[in-house]
Design a protein around this ligand. Structure first.
Ligand code: RAM
Length: 927
């Protein structure tokens, strides 16, 4: 490898140490008796990241959750290039004492930062009594390569990259390329970073050892606009003398066939830059260039997203990524300069990782030598196989989400996705194999081709669950088994469809970033996992793929196709930023997306005549009992009504965003537009009695305007009975598709019909959430009746058993059943207002809010209602404790009297309304 730079770095650190003046306003006036701030993170949830993407980051922290700390009244942050300089000699930033209760997204205002720079930071805070805390631990972040000009490396690949067909199909995938290079380290290393990315998927090894534990890296972005790069600490991989680096490169989303797009006319390439800093201050850089060699004659014959992977152990090239390997039979690569128009940016959300392992709950030998392993859970990832084989034998690994009635694998719903892996053994004995460059959506794994003299054993297969590595942070439980199963299905649905981007489904020949599904699940997703950066990154892809005229594709990354945009789907560009802001408190998400929101509204405007828009929509997709004359997948709710409702919604959210960002004039302008759309909406679509006159009356037709506040109060009063009538007509079942379903609980809550929502939720008959559970669902399904015990599989061409859209009910489960809701952005003000209902006798949830854990746990005990809550510091909570308000309420075991921590605000007929300060409380009422 050629040595690119060799420059002397002089470290002048301690020389300036004493020249830095101490901040005068950081004097501590009172004693330090509080614990230090905790959970220090940069920007959207990153803890001590390297290869960080943001040179103007923000800082967040949590106050210690103990009874002494109620709130923050001031903070002080210091940042330095060396931890030794902290806290008194910070050379990058001293915020000084800032009187503020802000603990989230405090913007860095220190010296300008640049690529590769490492910043150490810590802080302290002043509490409600103006007492200072201890300094926090020192956190840090290190920037990645922020500009294309930081890259000296070139894209490399074989001059001609061949494809291979999956056995007995016409589905072709690129054969995997193996690329390698020896290089020499001749001095003592202080630190080493491997910067790397691919047009395709890579896995890198140095001296025979895999670098990092990421899978499917670098992930999926609009590759013609932006490619994300990764940074690894390579120090422990390197040695003095000769080293070797090897990279396996597969097609992934970049070079493989994808629905609508078909086979792209591009082949995979990789690029890396290894920067080694020596203890003497010198830096040596090794890059991908013409001097590398490559082959396609390695063990991973091919690998495709849809079609699976073929591994031939006979082709293993022993120690190929070590210095002992002789690569003289390998070919020279070709190298290309990086493209100026494609932005290379450090990945801004967590990579995909193997996050959990599942063991089979049972095995069945369906035919001699054919064994089906039941993982007990529909999951997404790959299997790890350990199975005895004969030399030259080929193991066939099939996948299925469901079994047919005869116990065989049901794969029809994978449609054109071959989704099969193959492994050919090089010798007799136990093999160990885990696919590298593909993933599957499955509950069942079928093996054939193993050594049939062996007795099949559960240990042969382990399910490796893979998705973007966000922290799962919700605990929800209740007294009802099926409700708990629903919660589990929602979680698995989200996990299975967040493999680098939000997808509709993870198994068939689709797995695309459908925007409608994403906007529908986004609010619930925050309760389940720390998905802030996940959405931020994908929103960047949305902006990348937005047309000049404002159109937002229905799938992002865009796969082309004839659909330019669609109402209810493309509105993701206003809905997801707003939901992210509400739940995280991050104004940055609005700043980043405001221009795109306006452009999207502009697109609507360009298609509007008297505020009625002509545009495409998938409508209330998959509405049950649809009688749509052309295609039953489209619901029957009027498209015109849906499009206008979403137009109004996007305009409203844009006006709200403008307000938050301080663009008052624009906010006013969008508000006026919203009012004008509402006027036309009610005039054209409703009669004076509040009945829909545009298209058939449906639940969704009423839900949209009621959820989006499109009607005057008077008309709301009149419309509500019509909605209730529609629900009654269906014997209190839902009749909603993708768009209507998430709105149903919100509207019923708004109009005080919680009992009705409980009834709908606890229905066991079609269509309902429990109906799918009664048919055996372990994830959310695309259709309420994707499978029924009575009639078998749904005949529809689209029949996914892992589709998160209907999981949107999750939000109501946390906000209403457990009762935890944010009422001021980012949970600064919290409402804890559980309402018991249905057959439930208890429910509990803990939510890891930006300020700390919020919890609510209630149970009915005889004729009493018991509630226990936790409210994190620096917030306030309004608690609505249900009970007979003619009688008293017990707080923390004693008859309630107003005190400094708990105040009675009011009593309604059904609940005591209290305001509490941070802390833990218990309440008891007669119920
Ligand atoms: C299907 C997808 C997705 C939906 C679109 C309209 O192909 O699975 O769920 O948003 O249709």
């Amino acid at each position: 490898m050629h040595i690119l730079t060799r420059n002397k770095l002089t470290f002048v650190v301690f020389g300036i140490l004493f020249l830095v003046s101490c901040s005068s306003n950081q004097n501590t006036t009172t004693t330090t008796n509080n614990n230090a701030p905790q959970d220090l993170i940069v920007s959207e949830g990153f803890k001590n990241p390297i290869g960080f993407y943001d040179a103007t980051p923000s800082f967040s922290w949590k106050l210690p959750q103990n009874k002494n700390v109620k709130k923050q009244t001031a903070y002080s942050i210091v940042g330095a290039s060396n931890p030794e300089l902290l806290p008194d000699n910070a050379d990058l930033w001293e915020s000084g004492k800032i009187e503020s209760d802000q603990t989230l997204f405090v913007k860095y205002k220190g010296k300008k930062l640049s690529s590769r720079q490492k910043v150490y930071w810590q802080l302290k805070f002043w509490d409600q009594d103006k007492k200072t805390s201890d300094w926090s631990e020192v956190a840090n972040f290190e920037l990645g390569l922020l500009n294309n000009s930081d890259w000296k490396a070139k894209w490399i690949s074989l001059p001609k990259v061949d494809k291979e067909k999956a056995p007995k199909t016409n589905k072709k995938s690129y054969k995997v390329q193996y690329l390698r290079k020896d290089f020499t380290i001749d001095s003592k290393i202080a630190s080493a970073r491997l910067y790397i990315t691919a047009k395709g998927l890579f896995e890198a090894e140095i001296n025979g050892k895999k670098v990092g534990d990421d899978v499917m890296a670098p992930g999926w972005t609009p590759y013609n606009k932006r490619i994300e790069t990764l940074t690894y600490d390579a120090l422990d991989h390197l040695q003095k003398g000769t080293n070797a680096i090897g990279i396996a490169l597969a097609e992934g989303w970049y070079g493989g066939r994808l629905m609508l797009r078909g086979y792209p006319k591009v082949s995979p390439k990789v690029m890396c830059q290894l920067e080694v800093k020596y203890t003497n201050g010198e830096v040596q850089t090794f890059i991908t260039d013409e001097s590398w060699t490559a082959t396609q004659d390695g063990p991973i014959v091919y690998a495709g997203i849809y079609d699976g992977e073929q591994y031939d152990a006979r082709k293993e090239q022993k120690a190929w990524s070590t210095k002992t390997f002789n690569d003289t039979s390998w070919q020279k690569v070709i190298a290309e300069d990086i493209d100026a128009t494609i932005k290379l940016t450090p990945k801004r959300h967590n990579t995909v990782k193997s996050v959990q392992e599942l063991v089979p709950i049972s095995i069945t030998e369906i035919d001699k030598g054919v064994v089906i392993f039941d993982m007990g859970q529909n999951m997404v990832g790959v299997p790890r196989i350990k199975v005895p084989m004969h030399k030259e034998g080929t193991l066939k690994i099939r996948f299925a989400e469901m079994l047919q009635q005869d116990g065989r694998m049901y794969t029809k719903n994978y449609r054109g996705a071959v989704s099969t892996d193959y492994y050919t053994a090089k010798e007799d004995g136990q093999i160990a194999y885990q696919p590298t460059f593909t993933f599957h959506g499955f509950r069942y794994v079928e093996l054939s081709g193993f050594d049939v003299s062996a007795t099949p054993d559960k240990s042969w297969v382990t399910g490796i669950v893979q998705h973007s590595d966000y922290k799962l942070n919700l605990e929800f439980s209740s007294s009802h088994k099926k409700l708990n199963q629903l919660q589990s299905n929602i979680i698995w649905g989200l996990r299975g469809n967040t493999l680098d981007i939000p997808t509709d489904c993870p198994q068939r020949d689709e797995r695309a970033g459908w925007t409608g599904d994403a906007q529908v699940i986004a609010p619930t997703s925050f309760f389940i996992g720390d998905v802030h950066s996940f959405w931020m990154s994908w929103l960047e892809s949305l902006r990348n793929d937005q047309d000049e005229d404002g159109a937002v594709p229905v799938m992002v990354p865009s796969l082309g196709g004839r659909l330019k945009a669609g109402a209810g789907w493309s509105d993701v560009i206003t809905i997801v930023p707003w939901e992210t802001y509400l739940r995280t408190g991050d104004v940055g998400v609005l700043e980043e997306n405001y221009t795109s929101m306006k452009k999207w509204v502009g697109f609507y405007q360009s298609k509007a005549k008297n505020h009625i828009v002509k545009m495409f929509t998938h409508g209330d997709w998959l509405q049950p009992y649809s009688t749509h004359e052309r295609d039953e997948r489209f619901g029957v709710t009027s498209n015109k009504l849906i499009i206008t409702a979403y137009y109004a919604r996007s305009v409203y959210l844009t006006s709200q965003t403008a307000k938050v960002l301080g663009y008052q004039a624009e906010a006013k302008q969008y508000e006026l537009l919203f009012d004008a759309i509402c006027d036309v909406f009610q005039e054209q679509f409703f009669d004076t009695q509040g009945r829909i006159i545009e298209g058939p009356e449906t639940q969704t037709a009423y839900l949209l305007p009621l959820a989006f506040d499109l009607l005057d109060q008077e008309l709301v009063q009149k419309a509500v009975p019509h909605l209730l009538e529609q629900i009654k007509l269906t014997d209190n079942h839902l009749r909603t598709g993708f768009l209507g379903t998430p709105l149903l609980p919100l509207v019923l809550d708004k109009i005080g019909e919680t009992d009705l929502m409980y009834e709908i939720l606890f229905k066991e008959t079609y269509p309902s959430w429990f109906y799918s559970i009664n048919q055996g669902a372990t994830t959310m399904w695309e259709r309420w009746n994707s499978y029924t015990i009575k009639d078998g599989f749904n005949k529809g061409g689209m029949n996914s058993f892992n589709h998160y859209a209907y999981g949107a009910i999750g939000r109501w489960m946390y906000e209403r059943i457990a009762g935890i809701k944010s009422t001021k952005v980012g949970f600064k003000e919290i409402e804890i207002a559980p309402i018991p209902g249905g057959p439930l006798t208890s429910a509990a949830a803990t939510y890891n809010s930006p300020y700390g854990k919020v919890s609510s746990s209630w149970k009915l005990v005889g004729k009493q209602f018991h509630l226990e809550i936790k409210v994190p510091p620096n917030t306030t909570a309004q608690v609505l404790v249900p009970g007979n308000t003619q009688e008293g309420i017990e707080v923390n075991g004693v008859e309630f009297e107003d005190n400094s921590d708990v105040k009675l605000l009011s009593k309604t007929k059904e609940a005591f309304v209290l305001k509490v300060t941070p802390g833990a409380y218990s309440f008891k009422t007669n119920y």
